[in-house]
Design a protein around this ligand. Sequence first.
Ligand code: 3H9
Length: 719
Amino acid sequence: MAQLTRVSGSVGLITLQNPPVNALSAAVRQGIVDTVKKAVSDPLVKCVVICGQNGVFCGGADIREFGAPMTGPPLVPMIHAIEATNKPVVAAIEGAALGGGLELALGCHYRIIHSKARVGLPEVTLGLLPAAGGSQRLPRLIGVPAALELITTGRHVSAAEALKLGIVDQVTDDNTVDTTVKFALSVVGRSLESRRISTFPCPPVSDLDAVFDVAMQRVRQSARGAIAPVTCVQAVRAAATLPYTQGMKREQELMATLFTSGQARALQYCFFAQRAVSRWSMPSGARWDTSKPRPISKAAVIGLGTMGRGIAVALAQAGLSVVAVETQEKQLMDAKQAVSGMLERGAKRRGVAPALGLVSYSHNIQAVAEADLVIEAVFEDMDLKKKVFQQLSAVCKPGTLLCTNTSSLDVDHLASQTPSPELVVGMHFFAPAHVMKLLEVVYGPRSSPQAVATAMQLGKKMGKVSVAVGNCRGFVGNRMLKPYMEQAFFLLEEGATPELVDQALEEFGFAMGVFRMSDLSGLDVGWRVRKADGLVDPDATSGRSARIRQGRRYSPLGDLLCEQGRFGQKAGRGWYQYDKPGSRVAKPDPWLHNFLEQYRARHGLGVRHIDHQEVLERCLYALINEGFRILEDGIAAGPEDIDAIYVFGYGWPRYRGGPMFYAGMVGLANVLERLEHFHQVHPDVPYLQPCSLLRRLVASGSPPIQKWREVIRKVHSQL
Ligand code: 3H9
């Protein structure tokens, strides 16, 4: 777990050994305590170097241990003991020094880093604060403003920036351990008095109160209800205002408030869920570890509207050569300019050269003939997409993977347009496609495991959280959105306003409430879909029949707004009003309130008082219920897949872990009881009828979310 060897005659080299990231498990901590003690007491050892096995210094405390009672030596005294030694201790940082890993390095007297390594205190992203002295040492080392920014965002810092900030003493391109060993020998005999960060005074800041007020305001605004960023500010304030020992006491007290919080549990669940989704499986039994992806070096994008442009940028930024095809000359010219601009801006942000040369443009679909993979991103229209797929089948070389960027159309139906349906998968990107983290990889019943593996690997290369899901209407994300939005419409009919519904959801932590979101994405999108589904009936203006379609309760409110041209932000009016078309500032609209009153009167709907709790229960539990149906249907392999989709693509607050995790937190029995109640009150709303998987989970004692897959497997084996 930590090995001590003597190198170069008098250097005690301690190697952390806990693959893959040398997390500071109880055994590693014990190993460090033991080896440091041994090295310090060995007269032949003049200095100590701490490094990590396999090219990674240390990924921090072992997050998997957080759920159980603490065992092994604690970090804080361990790091103090290192700092207090009379022999120089130098950290050799390769790969990453994050969280407790950086805190360990800050306890060393010097830090040498490889140019490709990064450091950071990302505890805040796990609902915690750097509580092994990080919140007290970092401000002392690099000053309050820089430390505040790093600790409250959890941002990873490159080696070059770490040097500039003063976190490390030297950057090397050579072998980090060899360089550090030489460095350690060179400082033997020098005084260590000025190297113990805990003894530094915090660099003074003029107008300390103002700095912290601004920081607190910033984190409260961006955290939208998350408690850890606020607590991190308080911890840094302790560093700036208290002597070190008292600051450490405060750090521990603040950590105690976070450590067992629901938010920390949710964020740590998200950390593992994000990684779990890459271990995908299909109902056929095909899996990530038995399916080999194909190498992709040349990709093509068909259709250069908003989505196509973003996809081309994402592919080029991942280093792929891209053929971008758009048949309309004007659109092609516009797209060329837009894609180049996005690539240039992205490159500037990341400090790299823009990948302009990787993208070639054509108005001829023949240009994709040599592509290994094609992503079709034309308008969301089945007939158009079918035509494109037929053309692609004729043009592409054998074996080319054909992907469709659809948000809801039947991937299997599209696959049937090609002679090789096994080569077809859906790649559902989210706008803007080069920014949004989520990618739904949709497999149809005939998609080959290799096609899925290739799309998943491509997603990873583009930096996406890719989730493999089955083919159904709306896949996972949009399928669950439907009952959520439906409830929001019903709540308006029953007496709520868009402002009330949005406020409840935004206070819950959503980036945007359902109506502001609908205004942003455009009301006409859903209208077109409802029309295609035969749900829109402009003649049914009053009476019960106007609110019952295809045998179930239906709210025509969205259709009525569209008939008035209220398509949302782009029209300058929707559920809210805007100063002008395209403006983003939503204001309550008296016209809409009046319209709702008239609508309710026309339909004889009584108005009741609706509170935030009801908004949350109706909207969220309907969404969660559909999530259980998705699991029951085998469209998502596990709850982590659904949660990752909602956290990374739908603005679900990460500190609430995702909808399925949230259901577990509020209690499955509670969710079931409320759904039963609402379904009794609204028997004409099938989405409120509790899913049988939810009933089954409750009947089996509401197991923790990690055990749901066992129950789901049983359900599937009985089908
Ligand atoms: C902390 O330090 C608290 C202290 O301040 C105070 C305490 C008192 N623990 O991401 P990858 C696993 S809090 C346990 O795919 P990469 C990960 O789950 C900690 N496991 O690799 C995965 O497992 P699997 C603060 C961990 O190369 C495997 O390692 N530290 C930990 O893309 C590979 O991970 C952080 O927040 C851990 N700490 O990225 C850093 N870290 O294969 C968290 C990773 O079963 N870690 N695993 O799915 C990371 O950001 C990335 O893992 C890292 C490597 C950049 C290190």
